[in-house]
Design a protein around this ligand. Structure first.
Ligand code: LLP
Length: 427
């Protein structure tokens, strides 16, 4: 693809790729490859586009840490005023380490362990987003034991089709997530009677990488219908959390803008006489960090005219560094960092060194490549590093944050010693 779908990426007069004006070839030379590079300005702008769209409307953005949990990125978002959506004790520890405010944290996830609930309550997280009756009972027992009152919300499953990849669709009744919306009134009644629980809100999250606002609006409508039932019973809510899922452009998608998302949701909610007074919460992950990042990788070998005439470009990044193409068949743009006009443009299978046929980063990409060239995989700021593994005993990549014209190393490349640090030889 010739155009660059992200505003923070541009080419200089020599066609060299820059992130926020910083030459990406320099990052590859200084820090090696594979390396993730992120733009602090892109993250800041994405965050501010959402808060600006809300204007004076009461709201809280809780960044979904799972998208990218690097401490420097969490600290940046915390400074901007973000709250956080976490799914584990580990993510909670990261957020606190990065300076996040406990009261602005929501704790989601279907399988919270007792020690994680205890930890969350002890630091005073803003809300536990409860996903089942069994979890509600567990939270109540732990709160009783700790002699405190747990702030809770029920994650309802609105049975709305988010029209996204089945692996990242979460709002259908067949998915493991949330409480079926018909069962929610009963659970709210149970919570309202429980002296160790304080109902603070309601939440839902229907899926990720949505590129249409309509399922989002439909989920909000269902949440409001439930709110009406609860009001009749005298059960009060103090926030409405519509989850994350705001999609981004990877190649030629045309996702809604921040203003489109916010105006659609506010449009639905503010028609409701009670809901209009409640803060709206969103839990975006990908929207805030996805466009900010690239994965830089070098071409190790070219194998033209392999099986069925396919041309393979073997790069030094692999499925363990960026799982999305292998796991979901995601198509992410791949471009040359310094295109070489002397090379012919060829259709390449972009693959990594891992010993799996599924180890590909891109199929049939038109690129002019030679050994040693650097390529950038775009839109890699979300669910890139955070899903990386050490498969094939490969250390995970370095991470660099470009901020005010400087490139800061925010995570060093893993060494092989760090990979076996937890292992012991049997006696
Ligand atoms: N809130 C909850 C409860 C979630 O489960 C998620 C994502 C989010 C918020 C943030 O969703 P986002 O705004 O980033 O779409 N690994 C997949 C995405 C998995 C999303 C899981 N849950 C990918 O690479 O596409």
């Amino acid at each position: 693809m010739s155009h660059l779908p992200y505003p923070h990426l541009a080419r200089d007069a020599h066609q060299a790729l820059m992130l926020d004006g910083y030459p990406l070839s320099q990052i590859a030379d200084t820090f090696g490859t594979p390396t993730y590079a992120y733009s602090s300005a892109a993250i800041t702008q994405a965050y501010q586009s959402l808060t600006a769209a809300f204007g004076d409307r009461k709201h809280q953005i809780c960044y979904a840490v799972k998208a990218n949990g690097n401490l420097a990125i969490l600290a940046l978002l915390a400074r901007l005023g973000a709250g956080f959506d976490i799914v584990s004790g580990g993510e909670l520890a990261r957020v606190l380490k990065a300076g996040g405010v406990p009261g602005k944290i929501v704790f989601s996830g279907v399988g919270k362990r007792a020690d994680e609930i205890r930890y969350a309550l002890s630091v005073g997280v803003g809300c536990l987003n409860v996903e089942s009756q069994a979890e509600l009972a567990r939270i109540s027992a732990i709160a009783k034991d700790m002699n405190l009152i747990a702030p809770i919300s029920l994650r309802v499953n609105p049975d709305v089709d988010a029209k996204t990849h089945p692996y990242i669709s979460t709002g259908l009744k067949d998915n493991k997530f949330g409480v079926p919306i018909e069962q929610a009134p009963d659970l709210y009644r149970q919570a309202a009677r429980d002296p160790h629980l304080r109902i603070v809100g309601i939440d839902c999250h229907i899926g990720s990488q949505l590129i249409d606002v309509r399922p989002f609006a439909a989920a909000a409508e269902r949440v409001l219908a439930l709110l009406d039932l609860l009001v009749l019973e005298g059960i009060e809510l103090h926030h409405l959390d519509l989850g994350g899922g705001l999609g981004i452009a990877y190649t030629d998608e045309h996702p809604p803008t921040a203003a489109d998302w916010v105006s659609t949701v506010v449009g639905v909610i503010d028609r409701h006489p009670i809901a209009r007074r409640l803060p709206i919460m969103l839990e975006p992950g990908r929207f805030l960090v996805g466009p900010s990042g690239v994965l830089l990788s070098r071409v190790e070998y070219l194998k033209p005219h392999k099986a069925e005439g396919k041309n393979f470009a073997i790069i030094d990044a692999a499925m363990n560094d960026l799982m999305r193409p292998a796991l979901y068949g995601s198509v992410m743009a791949i471009v040359a960092v310094k295109p070489d006009a002397t090379q012919p443009t060829t259709t390449w299978e972009i693959v990594g060194p891992v010993c799996e046929t599924g180890d590909f980063l891109g199929h049939a990409r038109e690129l002019a490549l030679k050994e040693g060239d650097t390529v950038a995989i775009l839109g890699a700021g979300a669910y890139g590093f955070s899903m990386a593994s050490n498969y094939n005993t490969r250390g995970r990549p370095a991470e660099v944050l470009i901020d005010s014209g400087q490139a800061h190393l925010i995570r060093t490349r893993e060494t092989v010693e760090s990979l076996w640090a937890n292992e012991c030889l049997a006696p």
